[in-house]
Design a protein around this ligand. Structure first.
Ligand SMILES: [Zn+2]
Length: 282
């Protein structure tokens, strides 16, 4: 990680690559080796949209005040990552090849690649970044963080960044419109206890994909349950204020907040995943 930090320092990038930098709201946005079309997409990101994203995250985390500057490096499709010895291409191996949040650098890295729009990738990474900055690095379980960022791609994108495009894309995504199968399913307990180090060190990327995807469903479930006062709007704030840092503690907090015991909670989650469509709208 230290090597990555050293290599990615902007002045060095400036020497090696064409960098388009500009400031939008709380974000210092850099386009590295972006084509004209890619640059145009970056220009579509406005301060107003970012403000909306930032305020929404402040509300979720329960922290007010000014958001400190964070940085996003957006690499164009033709950026010679290997030649420039950026070294992040192998580090950001699949499934994280489209982006990541590096808290040591207080930077989001996003790649123009694949089918997903840069706005969605950036929104996802910025939500990780804002959560990290606003909660002062509070150690939420990874499935909550990933799931929240995945849900935010839709819920926050809806009103921010490039929004209509992201919404259209999501509606075309099969996972967004169909229910889950048994083989894909993970219980809330398994999600909260997901051991990042174990799967990371064995390069078990499929498990990461599954966890991220199921985290999306767990957070979608929290956006609907209980129906009169969905828990998603307060989960980040209350876990932080209650200092619920380990998975067992988070699991029992969740049961208390939803007024369900463990088996009722798991049954309700399974039933939701097997029958519901991913919720639409904010
Ligand atoms: Zn993520």
């Amino acid at each position: 990680m230290i090597a990555v930090r050293r290599i990615l320092l902007i002045p060095r990038l400036r020497l090696r690559m064409k960098v388009i930098g500009r400031q939008v709201g709380y974000l210092r946005l850099y386009g590295v080796e972006c084509s004209e079309h890619e640059t145009e997409q970056l220009r579509n990101i406005t301060g107003e949209n970012l403000d909306r994203l930032g305020s929404a995250m402040q509300k979720y985390v329960g922290v007010g005040g000014r958001i400190p500057f964070i940085r996003a490096l957006c690499f164009g499709r033709s950026a010679p990552l290997t030649d420039a010895r950026i070294g992040i291409d192998s580090w950001m191996a699949r499934p994280f090849s489209q982006g990541c949040w590096v808290s040591e650098m207080r930077s989001a890295i996003a790649l123009f690649s694949g089918e997903i729009s840069i706005e969605r990738v950036l929104t996802h990474e910025l939500v990780h970044g804002l959560l990290d900055v606003l909660s002062n690095g509070f150690p939420y379980p990874i499935a909550i963080q990933e799931g929240f960022a995945r849900v935010a791609e839709y819920f926050l994108c809806h009103d921010s960044l490039s929004v209509n495009r992201a919404k259209d894309e999501l509606e075309k995504t099969p996972q967004a419109t169909s229910s889950l199968t048994d083989a894909q399913f993970m219980s809330i307990r398994d999600l909260l206890f997901f051991d990042t180090d174990k799967h990371w060190s064995s390069r078990d990327m499929l498990s990461f994909v599954r966890m991220t995807h199921m985290g999306f469903w767990m957070n979608s479930f929290c956006a609907r349950c209980p129906p009169d006062r969905p828990i998603l709007g307060r989960i980040l704030r209350e876990l932080r204020l209650g200092q619920h840092t380990n998975p067992a503690d988070v699991y029992s907090w969740l049961q208390g907040a939803l007024r369900m015991n463990a088996s009722d909670l798991e049954d309700a989650f399974r039933a939701y995943c097997m029958t519901a469509k991913v919720p639409r709208g904010g």
